[in-house]
Design a protein around this ligand. Structure first.
Ligand code: C5P
Length: 411
């Protein structure tokens, strides 16, 4: 469980987006966290404390004079128990209060009394978000080491369209995991390729493979949670982009090669997870190839695609390169042979038919010291283990930096 043993204080302020915090509470408790909900009086106009108590399994606190706390100091008692405070939704008014240090209710008082990280998830009308006072306050919060997630764009409850929607519960959940995760790859620039490429034959047909992209996306999520600045170049992948990761979609191996080469100069770690097509049709037909009775089958000629990983590894100053090998047999022989052929320091081997499209994976690591099998695990847990393995190799043992999440600021 991603958040086992973690104590989170979830603060709700007045916004229609309070309904999303009900779902967020479920995600957090299912991941093993203890969730203590605190609401402002305005928040209680949008969702009842009963709902939040039922979902969190703990009484909800609203008043700073709540006598249920033995010494009647809920602002100290509640904030001291928390590994992190998350305020979702955070209204424009609450952000203004935090920026100036005002504390006139329980939530604002415990936020200022905290000794743990504070994450703010804004929710408001687009004009309120764009208002220079709000933007000034957000800059101030970031200067004060408070993490502020940028809101989503889209249709708003008020009927307007723009920036200000609260992030979806899944994205907030991922940001919370990232906040609490050790920052083993802090500031490292990481490029990941993922999923299957598609090589067209004619306008309606093409050659692809059964890679789902799940392993590459899981690695992107784990690397971002470890503090990396992750860019994903994805083939045919029907998965949501992990929170905090930038993404570019391509179709063919040549497009993937071009995108990788355009980005690689700034990259510290390159992880090639994509199942790249080895060949493409020498000639892509402009029109659909027709079958006609008695006619010979259309001749298909192939040319080889560039090997992206090997090309990156052969650069004069390559980033740290990690390859994947999906074999169908004799993994131990083929894995090490492939590592040497591609000239990469780390190759992660698995058996393709056992992993493509599945949620679990069993891999063997090949590096210059030999091979290390890892036990079967779900792809997200495995991705965290792989990120640890990569971080160890890239950085040695000077790793543990559980510092605050990287964020750009104007301070
Ligand atoms: O040669 P093979 O396809 O088995 O190698 C697998 C590894 O090489 C993977 O890391 C894959 O992403 C990468 N690769 C590549 N460009 C290719 C073929 C494979 O980057 N054209």
């Amino acid at each position: 469980m991603n958040l086992a043993g973690k104590h989170l204080l979830l603060g709700l302020t007045g916004s229609i987006a309070c309904y999303k915090s009900a779902e967020l509470t479920r995600l957090l408790t299912q991941a093993g966290a203890t969730v203590q909900v605190t609401m402002t009086e305005s928040a209680a106009q949008f969702i009842t404390p009963i709902t939040m108590q039922a979902l969190s399994g703990h009484p909800v606190y609203i008043s700073q004079y709540d006598a249920r706390i033995d010494n009647n100091m809920p602002h100290i008692a509640l904030s001291r128990r928390a590994d992190a405070i998350v305020i979702a939704p955070a209204s424009a008014d609450f952000i203004a209060k935090l920026a100036t240090g005002l504390c006139d209710d329980l939530l604002s008082t415990l936020a200022i009394a905290r000794d743990c990280p504070l994450l703010i998830v804004p929710a408001m009308n687009r004009q309120m978000w764009q208002n220079s006072a709000t933007q000034r306050n957000v800059v101030q919060l970031r200067c004060d080491d408070i993490i502020v997630l940028d809101p989503d764009a889209g249709s708003q409850a008020c009927g307007e369209i723009g920036n200000g929607r609260m992030l979806e519960p899944q994205a907030i959940y991922e940001a919370i995991i990232a906040l609490l995760h050790p920052k083993k790859l802090s500031g490292k620039r990481i490029l990941i390729t993922a999923g299957a490429t598609f090589e067209p034959i004619d306008p309606v047909r093409g050659i692809t493979n059964r890679s789902s992209g799940k392993m590459g996306f899981a690695l992107a999520r784990a690397a971002a949670q470890a503090g990396g600045r992750v860019h994903l170049i994805a083939g045919l992948v029907e998965l949501a982009t992990p929170w905090g990761v930038s993404r570019e979609n391509i179709q063919t191996a040549q497009q993937m090669y071009n995108s990788v080469m355009a980005t690689i100069a700034d990259i510290d770690i390159f992880i090639a997870v994509a199942a790249v097509g080895d060949w493409r049709a020498a000639q892509v037909s402009e029109h659909k190839l027709k079958k006609a009775a008695g006619q010979p089958l259309p001749p298909l000629h192939f040319v080889e695609n560039p090997d992206i990983l090997a090309s990156v590894a052969a650069l004069p100053t390559p980033p740290y390169c990690v390859g994947f090998a999906a074999e169908s047999s004799e993994l131990s022989i083929n894995g090490e042979a492939k590592r040497r052929r591609k000239n990469v320091p780390l190759l992660i081997g698995n058996l393709g038919p056992k992993t493509f499209g599945k949620d679990g994976n069993e891999v063997v690591l090949f590096d210059k010291t030999g091979s290390t099998p890892l036990p079967l695990a779900d792809k997200q847990s495995l991705a965290r283990t792989l990120v640890d393995e990569i971080a160890q190799r890239v950085l040695g043992n000077t790793l543990h930096d559980p510092g605050a999440m990287h964020q750009l600021s104007d301070c």
